[in-house]
Design a protein around this ligand. Sequence first.
Ligand SMILES: [Zn+2]
Ligand SMILES: [Zn+2]
Length: 212
Amino acid sequence: MGGSKKHYILLDCGFTTPHRYFADCFDPDQLEALWISHFHGDHFFGVPLLLLRFWEMGRVKPLLLAGPDGLREKIEMALDLAYPSFLGKLRYALEYRELEDGDSFQGAGFLWQVAATEHSQPDGRYTVGSANLAKGCTLMVHEAYRVAGQTANHGSLAECLALARQAGCEKLAIVHVAHYERERKSGELRRLLGESGLPGVFLPEPGESLDL
Ligand SMILES: [Zn+2]
Ligand SMILES: [Zn+2]
């Protein structure tokens, strides 16, 4: 993606992300950008460990951090709680990019465009803006917290499949399925995926990689 050179970005960094990330990555300078969708722990509480490990490994390359307004403050708070006074020791720069609905910029070899979604923190059910962004995408990564029905501000699997069909996405990765739903409703989940008419739909497993 992003031309002939490979670019590395990380989308959200939850509790277990650094462990998974460093199981495969031994180059401290490989990651170019980290995107944080919103400030719930399962999306950014892994950042202190990620940054600490890069420091331990001798990272020198600046890291782009992109996300919603207040990103810098939240990351610095989390760092300070996890490893007090660590921020001052970093030998690589953190370059913050705080974005609002409709913003776009070029960074790490990508064109980034953002649109707000619905959630108590904005990461959930799609909106007109986020549906527009999805049009013609090669890969859509979308949350579906519930297999059927709805929780406030989160989407359901059925909604998500409909959105991908409408948008004409080649591949759809369904993420953020509630743990209890993934387990108890696995039959219904598989059936919905099978009947979706989307050959490229899948539930990514930890560490799974995909060539685009
Ligand atoms: Zn959330
Ligand atoms: Zn979440």
